[in-house]
Design a protein. Structure first.
Length: 92
């Protein structure tokens, strides 16, 4: 193997290693995003149920939940999170 070939092989190995690290980091980021989306979805589902029952105990949302569009907004947000979940889980 010539010196040029050895340098090229070493450079290709470094590129491949960097690529593998990037893929691993991206997968970790996607997993964290998916976990966060799942938590938001669970919260949105609980909040939607509370709005449907007209029993809202979460004081952080008491003001916004009193608005006329709150239930629709929460349902839309839950739908968007579910769509994001489907997209993220379909990635290779």
């Amino acid at each position: 193997m010539s010196v040029d070939s050895a340098e090229f092989a070493h450079e290709m190995d470094q590129i491949e290693e960097a690529r593998n690290l990037d893929i691993a980091a991206t997968r970790a980021d996607l997993a964290a995003t998916l976990r966060a989306a799942g938590e938001h979805l669970e919260h949105a589902d609980r909040l939607t149920a509370a709005l449907g029952e007209r029993q809202l105990y979460d004081t952080d949302y008491a003001d916004s939940a009193a608005g006329p569009d709150a239930e629709r907004w929460i349902a839309d947000a839950a739908r968007d999170i579910r769509a994001a979940h489907r997209i993220i889980t379909s990635l290779p």
